[in-house]
Design a protein around this ligand. Structure first.
Ligand code: NDP
Ligand code: 8X3
Length: 257
């Protein structure tokens, strides 16, 4: 097992759900944490818990990964002690709506594509060259069961996660000959703010998603991410496809009566 103590881990979208749980899990391993999201106050409130859990240092900053020039500027202007990122977790992401494609609002598509695909690319492009030149690093992307099988009314969200799968595979190929690793962690349903964001704050509709079913918890996904990051340096975990016991794929669920 590779120790993560003192390693610098950058998690995008750490203000909620899987990103937040992942930051905490890396803190418990003694990693230094660099965290971003749009809601800076949430990250600031979270900082003390991370230090208490074991993170020797925590730096948080506001960033909207949809904005290319903001991503480039923020990462270029990081102070020297935060420049050498060992693990990048491209977690920031969202879904908007659950609607037939022909009836959907294109604004929903823009948000999902700009965040889940373009945002991931902007952050990766800014950080991976440094990993290559330092001859160490690991990129861990959040995929989904939605990237394997498209479900009804979710064409564009599923397309963004299929794109994440292709990008993770392509990045691995392009990094051949370097020691930089690439992993895609691909969960099924996880109980986070994801559905509340998808339904723009309609909590009743969001709660129904998780009714009569055991979803994954964000900590389950965080465990898998830390496991992938802590494999020996010569081991590259390509994918971790994971669901709760009540899910077979993105369309087959077992709901308790
Ligand atoms: P949450 O809504 O709980 O968390 C999403 C995080 O992403 C928040 O911290 C949010 O922060 C951040 N984020 C969203 N947009 C941006 C942006 N433009 N710039 C920076 N940060 C952003 O959802 P999850 O934890 O469930 O989702 C995390 C990832 O996991 C996503 O990529 C999602 O697609 C993926 N996933 C989720 C599954 C699920 O069932 N929940 C299953 C499979 C994959 P803020 O709003 O403060 O910017
Ligand atoms: C999130 C899981 O099934 O809600 O990627 O799309 S799902």
């Amino acid at each position: 097992m590779k120790s993560l103590k003192g390693k610098t881990v950058f998690v995008t979208g750490a203000s909620s759900g899987i990103g937040r749980a992942t930051a905490l899990a890396f803190a418990r391993e003694g990693a230094r944490l660099l965290l971003c999201a749009r809601r800076l106050e949430r990250l600031e409130d979270f900082r003390q818990a991370l230090v208490e859990a074991g993170a020797p240092e925590v730096h948080v900053f506001a960033l909207d990964v949809q904005k290319r020039s903001a991503v480039e500027k923020a990462l270029r202007e990081l102070s020297s002690e935060w420049q050498e990122i060992d693990v990048l977790v491209n977690n920031a992401g969202l879904s908007r709506g659950l609607t037939k494609l022909q009836e959907d609002d294109p604004q929903n598509w823009e948000e999902m594509i700009d965040t889940n695909i373009k945002g991931l690319l902007y952050v990766t492009r800014a950080i991976v060259p440094g990993m290559v030149s330092r001859e160490r690093g690991h990129v861990i992307n959040l995929g989904s069961t939605a990237g394997y099988i498209t479900y009804a009314n979710g064409a564009v969200y599923c397309a963004t996660k299929a794109a994440e799968k292709a990008i993770s595979q392509g990045l691995k190929i392009d990094l051949m000959g370097t020691p930089v690793r690439v992993t895609s962690v691909d969960p099924g349903m996880v109980e986070t703010e994801f559905s509340s964001v998808r339904f723009r704050g309609d909590e009743q509709r969001a709660e129904k998603v998780y009714q009569n079913i055991t979803p994954l918890q964000p900590e389950d996904v965080a465990d898998a991410i830390v496991w992938a990051a802590s494999r020996p340096a010569h081991v590259n975990i390509h994918n971790i496809l994971m669901t709760s016991i009540d899910q077979a794929n993105s369309t087959v669920f077992h709901r308790h009566s």
